[in-house]
Design a protein around this ligand. Structure first.
Ligand code: PMP
Length: 333
């Protein structure tokens, strides 16, 4: 049914599940993979949920006033969501982002009028990077409301209140495995807790980028997967407070190129443009679906954002395209 709403945030949540039928059939998978399309949120990512929940909570607690400013440390999607919702409610916004932020995401942040402070990616080599950056952002913007997606408990709570129940209802409780990535940990901790409370056998699995994607002094700009971290390699102080590690039944590592390949497969087999973390998550779901013990099971994957946010990163530019000269030649024949 079509909807009439009066404010952008009324459109957040209630995202659909799309069964990856062709993708599954092509690989002979015996488990079904259902993709929760967080791309259908009004600003285009899973982060619309927490940005709205955090802003609403701050308004209710009197921490954010008309004309106020919102600040956070963000890899992109949270800033984009906070920036857009700030614009829709008359606030300004300022974000601290790594200097290797994707050009597409930077352009989106600017489109919503957000101001950006770029932080050298090498800064994240410091084991205390997250804490230091958080402190710096707060000190430099003393009057602003600090959203604090990494530690604000509103983040996992909102996933517990919305994402989890939506998956439960859409599947009629027929969910066995939930796969996601860990950025702040909000999605898996919140939705995972809800699902486990309703069905203790549900397994919560994190897809994590492999060794090649962690910045090192020799390679400070690795081919990263935006928005998700390597939980196993991280030092305890690098893990976000919003990640409840006890909820993770398994952490499956993968190569960045496998994530990109899965994003391409989704585009070409399902017509679904999904971002790089979505590719990582679907790749891990595929590995799980191939295990004999998971035959007949239902795996829900969260698609955090769209591939449109990574077009300039070239994730769809693999070598199977026809070279331009060949096309010219063909036309002449
Ligand atoms: N994928 C992308 C592209 C993201 O931006 C994020 C959030 N940083 C995630 C996955 C992970 O979500 P969460 O913060 O809920 O762990």
């Amino acid at each position: 049914m079509s909807q009439l709403v009066t404010t952008l945030t009324d459109l957040i949540g209630d995202t659909p599940l799309l069964e990856l039928s062709r993708y599954g059939a092509h690989r002979g998978l015996n488990a079904r993979i259902l993709a929760k399309l967080e791309t259908r949120n009004p600003v285009g990512s899973v982060k619309d949920r927490i940005a709205w929940a955090i802003i609403r909570d701050a308004e209710e607690r009197g921490l954010l006033h008309p004309g106020g400013e919102i600040v956070d440390v963000t890899s992109g999607n949270t800033g984009i969501a906070l920036g857009a919702i700030a614009a829709s409610r008359g606030y300004t916004s300022i974000f601290y982002a790594s200097d290797n932020i994707s050009p597409d995401k930077l352009a989106l942040l600017r489109a919503f009028g957000a101001r950006i402070v770029k932080v050298p990616n090498t800064f994240f080599l410091d084991p205390d990077a997250l804490v230091l950056l958080r402190t710096r952002a707060q000190e430099e913007n003393p009057g602003a409301f600090f959203a604090d997606q990494l530690s604000n408990p509103v983040n996992p709570r909102f996933h517990y209140e919305t994402t989890g129940p939506e998956i439960w209802q859409a599947t009629d409780g027929q969910v066995d495995i939930l796969v996601g990535g860990v950025g702040t940990g909000g999605t898996l901790s919140g939705a995972g807790r809800y699902l486990k409370e309703h069905k203790p056998s549900v397994r919560v699995v994190a897809a994590e980028p492999g060794l090649g994607s962690v910045p090192t002094p020799e390679n400070p700009y690795p081919k990263e997967i935006d928005g998700v971290h390597n939980v196993t390699e991280a030092l305890p102080q690098q893990l976000p407070d919003n990640l409840d590690r006890a909820l993770l039944d398994e952490i499956v590592a993968l190569e960045t190129d496998d994530a990109f390949a899965a994003s391409r497969a989704l585009a070409r087999e399902e017509g679904l443009l999904a971002g790089t973390s979505a590719g990582a998550i679907v790749h891990v779901a595929t590995l799980l679906a191939q295990r004999a013990e998971n035959a007949g099971k239902t795996i829900v994957v969260v698609i955090p954002d769209s591939g449109e946010r990574y077009l300039s990163a070239g994730i769809y530019d693999d070598d199977d395209r026809v070279p331009a000269e060949q096309l010219v030649g063909a036309a002449a024949e």
